[in-house]
Write a protein that binds this ligand. Structure first.
Ligand code: NAD
Length: 512
């Protein structure tokens, strides 16, 4: 089944420019970003890196690569701000979050468009991201209730005992390229709601959305100076954050190699740390699955965001008895995805983040062929008309894959699916559990018993039942087993954030 190279870009450049006229502040080039420290924009004295639009290949911004000095200034500002911020009652702190929610709602479409420009995903995926990010503001307002302590009168005769949560100081978050808005929001609202101050280091590949939003927050004076800070940069910036003794804790989301480094450095220095990492997700289709409903959902899991989600399906496990039927429907549906610039509503799949990443996906296709897997859909020639300089690559599907092949083992983070055949549910679960990762696993079935068994036996932190992207709502923690997570307390809401961002103090009292 050859890749036919659809182009989904049905809008002309002129039309896009006209739309930009309405959105006066969404631009084609955002210039060089300053840092945002202590309520002021400061130009770091450091080298810069270009930010490219993955669909057009054009430069859209420059990002400074901050070092020790800029990180030190941000920590000074956040430490100073902590003194007053932590003393505000939680009822007062959450009022600032209501303002932030209003701002995000007003900027909803602008934020979505910027995400498309810098990340390449489609506009509907970007809108979804903004909504999911904003949900965390709502959940963090729940700190009003979650910060309750406890008290036991007369724990002994005339003696009372109580426990209260106390904020710790300055927290930092280091975030990846694939969700430039949502992932910073897994941390920022919770850190400040619990009385801490915050420093964000966004991905140097997709820094535009958060730099834009911080500018808007500044214009509206959403937070007092120093409560939220943004330091642009890359590896050296992160190392400066890790070395800084006044940072109480670090949240990280990104690849496993970096997550391990961050976890080790933080634990060595007694910093709190939560590090969410890479994935290689298995999706199992049972013979009783309702294929008409399931296939579009599975396609979204594997090829949504061009396969660049940590919850993306990567290995599709099908049973021997209906292997051919599932494979055909899946590969056919994948071949119909329209590649294009995400700003067009007609686009089904955008480019991957960089030209190097496109090359990496191609190198995995070659590895699959060398290992003897059968390439039933070849996306290597996939392109988007009008965008010859974009990092486009079409969806690819391998059949006849075994779990020991590199294409089934390694995180590829692109639109490449491997079909693996299993003889039974137990065999499928066993195959899924060979992975060194454990971020997500999903099953498609009409049988509750199979679903229940799968959910309890599979080693993954986020499980989908007839859902291919089981992204937890903001009121639940974001799971991850094995090499997909380092730490104890997970990101997002649920109860984990209270434990992560506060210390428990126990007070025992007697009055004479
Ligand atoms: P990445 O690890 O390359 O970068 C993430 C962040 O770490 C960036 O801010 C980057 O500047 C910084 N960084 C990179 N190298 C560093 C180093 N050597 N030392 C210190 N800091 C460094 O990840 P990415 O490519 O931006 O994102 C994709 C990865 O993130 C994938 O592996 C994906 O599975 C993972 N991810 C995981 C989750 C999850 O919740 N488990 C969610 C989204 C993405």
């Amino acid at each position: 089944m050859p890749w036919t190279g659809h182009s989904g870009y049905l809008m002309s450049w002129r039309r896009v420019d006209l739309m930009k006229g309405f959105l006066s502040e969404v631009s084609e080039n955002y210039g060089t970003f300053p840092n945002y420290i202590d309520g002021q924009f400061t130009e770091p004295n450091s080298s810069k890196q270009h930010v490219l639009n993955p669909a057009t290949g054009r430069q859209i911004a420059s990002v400074p690569l901050s070092g020790e000095e800029e990180v030190g200034a941000a920590v000074d500002a956040a430490s100073l701000a902590f003194e007053k911020w932590s003393e505000r009652p939680v009822q007062e702190r959450v009022q600032f979050l209501f303002e932030l929610k209003r701002l995000v709602r007003e900027e909803y479409e602008n934020l979505a468009r910027i995400i498309v420009q810098e990340n390449g995903k489609t506009i509907s995926e970007a809108r979804g991201e903004v909504s999911r990010g904003a949900e965390n503001i709502d959940a963090a307002i729940g700190a009003l209730y979650h910060l309750d302590g406890r008290k036991t009168p007369d724990i002994s005769r005339g003696i009372d005992e109580e426990m209260q949560h106390e904020p710790l100081g300055v927290f930092a978050a280091v975030t990846p390229f694939n969700f430039p808005m949502m992932i910073p929001f897994w941390f920022l609202p919770y850190a400040v709601a619990t009385g801490n101050t915050f420093i964000l280091k966004p991905s140097e590949r997709t820094p535009v959305t958060m730099n834009y939003l911080f500018r808007k927050m500044h214009e509206r004076s959403i937070f007092p100076n120093g409560v939220v800070n943004l330091v642009n940069g890359a590896r050296e910036t992160v190392d400066a954050l890790l070395r800084n003794g006044r940072i109480a804790g670090v949240s990280f989301v990104g690849s496993t190699a970096v997550a391990k480094h961050i976890y080790e450095e933080c634990t060595k220095r007694k910093k709190r740390v939560q590090a969410q990492a890479s994935a290689k997700n298995f999706v199992i289709v049972m013979p009783d699955a309702k294929l008409n409903h399931s296939i579009p959902n599975i396609i979204n899991s594997f090829f949504g965001n061009a396969g660049q989600r940590c919850l993306a399906g990567s290995n599709l496990v099908v049973m021997e008895e209906n292997h051919r039927q599932v494979l055909e429907k899946f590969a056919n549906a994948a071949s119909e995805l329209r590649l294009g610039y995400g700003l067009s509503e007609e686009t089904d799949m955008g480019p991957v983040i960089t030209w190097e990443q496109r090359g990496r996906v191609i190198s995995y296709i070659e590895k699959g062929l060398d290992a003897g897997a059968e390439l039933v859909l070849d996306g290597r020639e996939g392109s988007a008309e009008d965008f010859p300089d974009g990092n486009f690559i079409g969806p690819s599907v391998f059949d006849g894959v075994s779990v020991d092949m590199a294409i089934a083992r390694d995180e590829i983070f692109g639109p490449l699916a491997s079909v693996i055949t299993a003889s039974s549910l137990d065999d499928a679960i066993e195959k899924a559990n060979t992975s060194t990762y454990g971020n997500m696993a999903a099953i498609y079935t009409s049988d509750a018993k199979s679903a229940r068994e799968f959910a309890s036996k599979v080693d993954a932190g986020n499980v989908g039942i007839n859902i291919g992207v089981p992204a937890p709502a903001a009121t639940y923690p974001f799971g991850g087993y094995k090499d997909s997570f380092f730490g104890d307390l997970h990101g997002q809401g649920g109860q984990d954030y209270i434990q992560f961002y506060t210390e428990r103090k126990v007070i025992i009292s007697r009055w004479f």
